[in-house]
Design a protein around this ligand. Structure first.
Ligand code: ZN
Length: 252
């Protein structure tokens, strides 16, 4: 088994641990870049907690990304393209239905690993009127250091191609504004996507976002949440000692 795949399996199992309450049953999906032409993606219908290397399928970027430029038609036509994108056509597995946003994020954000989950703590907020407020603000310094100066927020749209296109619009806006890729994408009424250069970074970003969500909900319960000032957020994410610290977090 390749290093990339074994690390992806380990990260996915960690995200699937029941006590974390990130996913249940077949929820969530993960991916990792193999090279410029292909990537591993969790296969449709696989649970994360006990997944093995045989729960992932390798697919080519090109046909998946082409679907975002020109839809091949209805869901059946899209499934045919996803099947044809498999590196090993004889594999009985089908890529996760969210394969399009994984291909798009690995490409547009130039990251190596993507982890998508539905954490209870995050979705409490994503299913509330506070969803966008949580995404666009920071409440404590380590949230800003690990999760970036703000998160991308995506209003609810139908999963599959429409969702991938909506995420792409918001990610491009973020890239224009900040000149760097986001760490966190929050989808209303749906969940969280963590982006990383390593599996460890995806685990860290997910854990910190979940912690921030719990603190935010607690702050709302006792009064109004008090956000960090924008200049304090920018100061902390640009401090050389914090940039050094952040690099230590993601190694491996
Ligand atoms: Zn999902």
């Amino acid at each position: 088994m390749s290093d990339t795949l074994s690390q992806l399996v380990e990260m996915t199992r960690t995200l699937g641990q029941p006590h974390l309450e990130y996913v249940i049953i077949g929820e969530g999906n993960t991916s990792a870049r193999i090279d410029d032409a292909s990537f591993w993606i969790k296969a449709s219908g696989q649970g994360m907690e006990h997944i093995g290397p045989d729960g992932f399928v390798a697919v080519h970027f090109e046909p998946i990304l082409a679907m975002l430029e020109r839809s091949p038609g209805d869901l059946e036509a899209q499934k045919a393209v996803m099947d044809a994108a498999k590196v090993d056509p004889s594999s009985p597995l089908r890529p996760s239905v969210e394969v399009t946003f994984h291909a798009m994020l690995l490409t547009e954000c130039r990251v190596q690993v993507v982890g998508h989950t539905h954490p209870v703590a995050v979705n409490r907020l994503m299913c509330s009127s506070r969803a966008q407020q949580f995404a666009h603000n920071r409440i404590f310094p380590d949230e800003a250091v690990v999760c970036g100066p703000e998160s991308v927020f995506v209003p609810y749209v139908d999963p599959g191609l429409p969702l991938s296109l909506a995420i792409r619009d918001q990610v491009r806006r973020y890239l224009d504004t900040w000149g760097e890729a986001p760490k966190v994408i929050l989808m209303a009424n749906h969940g969280l996507i963590a982006l990383g250069q390593t599996p460890t970074e995806v685990l860290n970003v997910t854990a910190m976002c979940v912690k921030a969500a719990k603190i935010f909900a607690g702050a709302c319960a006792v009064g109004e949440p008090v956000f960090m000032k924008r200049e304090d957020v920018l100061h902390i994410v640009r401090r050389p000692d914090e940039i050094y610290r952040r690099k230590q977090f993601v190694q491996r």
